[in-house]
Design a protein around this ligand. Structure first.
Ligand SMILES: [Zn+2]
Length: 438
């Protein structure tokens, strides 16, 4: 049976390589299956292997193609498509002052937030991201509604990290109850303030930690992104707030000492690595090898407007390349296989979702991408796994499935009029950009 979007049983057949990320399902640490099939039933993966029975299934021929789990982007700010190209010669502090904080005064409406987040959701889907953590500055309750509606409409699996403020506690509870909990693809996180020892900040951190505990959700803070954050003693502030534990996600974590790494590992804190953002904002290079050696859970993040292109392949390349450049050692962590793991199962582990997503295993959610390597930027093929990391681009991603639904089909986003999406986002940019140039 040929492919049709209404079928609930789909067989992706005879791929040149299925990269399951499950060692027990195939060869090596990535669980590789040459000539492999993946069978989907409704929202789940029913079977993975060779020569699966396709009777009654709609067939997608994957000869010549590579099949992978969808990418898990553990740190992004989707609204920041609005400020692409802003402050491109600035470090993180000046960039925040120039490009991010002024937006708070501009009363971005729900419709405007929707338009820019809509654009970003399609951009991340195009690169093969199937789960995104959207750390939103949540400028107003209206902004939040537009932001979340765009996420819901995208078909992506997502965690919405609502930047916490004491005066918004009720709105955060209401959002979770009304828009997040009814949707199995959605979850909430609390976006914490940048941790410092200032009394007001510590008060907010305590309240946000308590709220995250009450709702059993993650607290997600920017942590030691810039060198001068060290004098603010963020780890001490988080510890005093009771936040240093497995429910904490620390974004960036560039400027950690050996003692910090040991402490974070002992407490089970999760980290995000955003190499393209760290490069653009002159933040430094995360000590990924030392962090990995201590067993910390780490995932990769695209990180919004500081990463002017949503490209998970480029992010993997940068994660590999920065550590090689700083150590002059081509065998250093992360290897190519490690980078693929960071971008998939590693991210799922950061979110405590590895039982649902991050690999191609029977029973897991059908979040899958099919990559076409027969292109000018990828062919000729020598080593498919290495070339996924070193050669692939978003344009190689031909199919994207999230919970078994096709969101990208034969290279085209399903049901999307890109010109309209771009025009809508550009209208918002035209209103907002003059205020950022002052
Ligand atoms: Zn960030």
């Amino acid at each position: 049976m040929q492919w049709s979007p209404t079928m609930r049983r789909i067989l992706i057949r005879n791929a040149d390589l299925v990269i399951t990320m499950e060692p027990q399902l195939g060869d090596g640490v990535l669980g590789l299956i040459p000539g492999g099939d993946v069978c989907l039933e409704d929202d789940r993966i029913a079977a993975v292997g060779q020569g699966l029975d396709g009777s009654g299934a709609c067939i997608i021929e994957a000869t010549g193609k590579l099949v992978l789990p969808g990418f898990v982007d553990v740190h992004n700010h989707l609204w920041q498509a609005l400020i692409r190209g802003c402050g491109t010669s600035m470090a993180v502090g000046a960039w925040l002052q120039t490009c991010v904080l002024p937006v708070d005064r501009l009363n971005v409406t729900a419709e405007e937030a929707y338009a820019v987040v809509r654009l970003s959701t399609l951009d991340v889907l195009s690169t093969g991201v199937t789960t995104v953590v959207d750390w939103s500055h949540a400028f107003s309750p209206d902004f939040v509604r537009g932001n979340v509606q765009a996420l819901l409409d995208s078909g992506l699996r997502f965690a919405f990290a609502y930047r916490g403020r004491v005066e918004r506690l009720e709105d955060m509870r209401a959002l979770k109850r009304d828009l997040i909990d009814p949707n199995p693809r959605a979850s909430l996180q609390i976006g914490g303030v940048n941790p410092t020892m200032a009394e007001e900040v510590r008060h907010t951190l305590r309240r946000m930690t308590a709220l995250a505990d009450e709702m059993h959700v993650k607290l997600h803070v920017h942590l030691l992104e810039a060198a001068d954050n060290r004098q603010e003693e963020p780890l001490r502030a988080l510890d005093l707030a009771g936040a240093l534990g497995p429910m904490l996600i620390g974004a960036h974590a560039v400027h950690l000492t050996d003692d910090d790494i040991v402490l974070l590992a002992r407490r089970g804190v999760r980290l995000t690595h955003c190499p393209l953002s760290n490069m653009r904002l002159a933040s430094g290079i995360m000590r990924l090898g030392s962090i990995h050696a201590q067993g910390l859970r780490v995932g990769l993040g695209l990180d919004g407007g500081t990463n002017d292109t949503s490209d998970m392949f480029n992010t993997m390349r940068a994660a590999v390349g920065l550590q090689r450049a700083v150590t002059c050692n081509p065998a250093v962590y992360p290897t190519v296989a490690d980078a693929l793991r960071l971008a998939t199962l590693g991210g799922a582990e950061v979110l405590d979702m590895a039982h649902q997503i991050g690999s191609l295993a029977p029973g897991k959610q059908a979040d899958i991408i099919i990559v076409n390597p027969q292109t000018l930027n990828f062919a000729p093929r020598f080593d498919d796994v290495s070339q996924v990391v070193f050669n692939a681009q978003p344009s190689n991603v031909e199919w994207v499935f999230v919970e078994g639904r096709v969101l990208k089909e034969r290279g085209q986003l399903v049901g999307v009029d890109a010109e309209t999406v771009i025009a809508d986002a550009r209208r918002v940019a035209r209103r907002v950009h003059p205020a950022l140039r002052r």
